[in-house]
Design a protein around this ligand. Structure first.
Ligand SMILES: Nc1ncnc2c1ncn2[C@@H]1O[C@H](COP(=O)(O)OP(=O)(O)OP(=O)(O)O)[C@@H](O)[C@H]1O
Length: 451
């Protein structure tokens, strides 16, 4: 607090210079602002005026002030503008504010903590989508609604979507942000219809129509499912007309979705459509470098270059290649040489051949889909959250590759033959008898093999 007081004039001057504020505007709006106090992570700024001025200032100068404070003080604060009459309700302490993460809010919203704007590498392939996402994150419900991000598999659509969610929650932890895959959305629709009672449907509607930011991933999977499209349509209308933000991702633009109902197609196109293409060489290298750094690996530039030159169209595969080398180096306790890299990656790097579906790829896609780590997949943990994805991986390895059961067992943490047979049978039975499981499996299969 003392530091803020000491630097207050400098902060205000920074806002003036960086945002080219005229003298008259500065004297009218900014100069009169006073520091009232700090409570936790919140900085209260007194606006010695009336409500209208406060509204204007918070609209226009909230971000510039926040940024200037972070720059000069080195700590990010949430800013609350208050009027003189509000000061008696607020008793700020002099705690130095420290940005507190919002893990609870992110968890509630189904967000992957690693998918933030900070960890997203911007290149020519995704610059437009990244700035559109940031604009939406800064002004949800106002900038572009819906935001529709599309592009091929593994190019960062989900990552960007989650980044928007984190950004919004960081600024407003109370915001109701919800991320669902379209398969989860579909399953909830099916579940509430099947239960046959009105209260289940009401509960579904209550859940989906009262949120501030709804994100639906891989929306192409709701096409062709009539009741889901219908429910989606009403959810969309309810949220959109209430000024709530909708963000969608898909593997293709709406115009290429042949069986999509016209009324839904046109809604997809109402806001902004942003595509993500394949990353260029520089972006691929930047992504690899960032990952190597964050995983504390050491790999020579030659090896990174080899990977970047050979995996061009899917960032998930790019990361998969690195993970494979990392696993090898940990297991064998050895440095990765170019020779090892070429040998270990020969199944992934098959220039000009269609993508090979390997058990490793399947396990990676399944663990990413359920947001559990590869270590958990092969661990002894038998809780349902981990055991079920593991069984799904067993089933997909069996149905999508020719690998023998024993090898599936070894890949999944040294499990025996009968455990593998049991796991495969369990999922196969569910696939036949349960529409939700079928949807789930088909979605994951598409991620493994988009062709
Ligand atoms: N620009 C980027 N910077 C850093 N990591 C990235 C970037 N783009 C993608 N990734 C990483 O690549 C992986 C795949 O990305 P993501 O799941 O967002 O792809 P997607 O487009 O949603 O794929 P799909 O359509 O198959 O679901 C993730 O681990 C993600 O963090």
């Amino acid at each position: 607090m003392d530091k803020i007081l000491e630097k207050w004039d400098e902060i205000l001057q920074t806002v003036k210079t960086e945002h080219d504020v005229s003298d008259i505007s500065f004297d009218t709006w900014i100069k009169p602002l006073e520091v009232f106090g700090v409570e936790g992570n919140t900085l209260y700024i007194l606006v010695p005026s009336e409500q209208m001025t406060l509204s204007y200032i918070s609209k226009k100068y909230y971000l510039p002030l926040k940024v200037a404070i972070a720059e000069i003080i080195g700590t990010e604060y949430e800013i609350q503008f208050i009027l003189p009459e509000q000061t008696r309700n607020i008793r700020p302490s002099n705690n130095k504010g420290k940005k507190t993460p919002e893990p609870e809010a992110s968890k509630r919203s189904n967000l992957n903590p690693n998918y933030t704007f900070d960890t997203f590498v911007v290149g020519s392939n995704n610059r437009f989508a990244q700035s559109a996402s940031l604009a939406v994150a800064e002004s949800p419900g106002e900038a572009y609604n819906p935001l529709y991000i599309y592009g091929g598999p593994g190019l960062g659509k989900t990552h960007l979507m989650h980044s928007i969610g984190h950004f919004i929650l960081e600024r407003n932890p109370e915001a109701k942000v919800l991320y669902v895959t379209s398969e989860e959305f579909t399953n909830e629709v099916i579940e509430s219809i099947r239960s046959g009672n009105a209260s289940a449907m009401n509960k579904f509607r209550e859940k989906y129509r009262t949120i501030d930011v709804l994100m639906i991933d891989d929306v192409q999977f709701i096409i062709g499912k009539e009741s889901t499209q219908e429910e989606f349509f009403h959810t969309f209308n309810a949220l959109h007309s209430a000024g709530k933000q909708i963000i969608l991702t898909s593997d293709k633009p709406p115009k290429d979705m042949e069986t999509l109902e016209e009324r839904i197609r046109s809604r997809f196109e109402w806001g902004l459509m942003a595509d993500i293409g394949a990353p260029d060489y520089e972006t691929r290298m930047a992504i690899l470098r960032r990952k190597v750094e964050s995983d504390d690996m050491s790999l020579s530039d030659d090896i990174l270059n080899y990977i970047a030159n050979n995996i061009k169209s899917n960032i998930r595969e790019l990361e998969g290649a690195l993970n494979k080398l990392l696993a090898y180096s940990n297991l064998e306790k050895t440095e990765i040489t170019m020779e090892i890299a070429k040998k270990e990656l020969q199944n992934i790097i098959t220039p000009d051949k269609p993508r090979e579906i390997t058990p490793q790829l399947i396990i990676e896609v399944v663990s990413e889909h359920f947001q559990i780590s590869l270590d958990q997949m092969i661990s002894k943990n038998r809780s349902n959250e981990i055991a079920r994805p593991r069984q799904i991986a067993m089933y997909l390895c069996k149905t999508m590759t020719d690998i023998p059961l024993d090898s599936i067992g070894s890949l999944l943490g040294g499990r025996d033959h009968s455990t593998i047979i049991h796991g495969i049978k369990k999922i196969a039975d569910e696939y036949d008898s349960n529409e939700q499981t079928r949807n789930l499996i088909e979605t994951i299969k598409k991620k493994i093999n988009p062709n």
